[in-house]
Design a protein around this ligand. Structure first.
Ligand code: AMP
Ligand code: ZN
Length: 113
């Protein structure tokens, strides 16, 4: 998708700290971490919202979700982790290419705004 930051990162046009990549996804370090370890799992297929997801994209997202716990060492998930998908403006979504935040490395309180 033109003018999408994450599509450009996937295409290698913008640099990122890549932790993992396969045919379905790329996992990078978040540039502005909100936890000790903060990664973004970005499906390679471009869509903005769960509400707009096709069946095929849902299958890709399922493979992403199944992959994440297998990367315990690389993503430092051992003590537990949180997955977040921001959906829309009220949730603070700033990049409109659906992605899963992976937060770990410390005990996290539950403090929604
Ligand atoms: P969201 O607000 O849920 O759309 O999440 C977007 C995330 O992308 C934020 O946590 C940003 O810090 C992160 N981000 C923005 N630009 C970059 C970049 N160039 N490389 C890595 N992460 C980025
Ligand atoms: Zn995109």
């Amino acid at each position: 998708m033109e003018n999408c930051l994450f599509c450009k990162i996937i295409a290698g046009e913008i640099p990122a700290q890549k932790m993992y990549e396969d045919d379905d996804m790329i996992i990078i370090k978040d540039i502005d971490p909100k936890a000790k370890n903060h990664f973004l799992c970005i499906p390679k297929t471009h869509f903005k919202l769960l509400a707009e997801m096709t069946e095929e994209q849902a299958e890709t997202l399922k493979r992403c979700l199944k992959k994440i716990p297998t990367l315990e060492k690389e993503l430092e998930l051992k003590g537990g982790y949180r997955l977040v998908i921001n959906q829309g403006d009220d949730a603070g979504q700033s990049v409109f290419h659906l992605h899963i935040h992976i937060l770990s490395g410390q005990k996290m309180g539950w403090t929604p705004a």
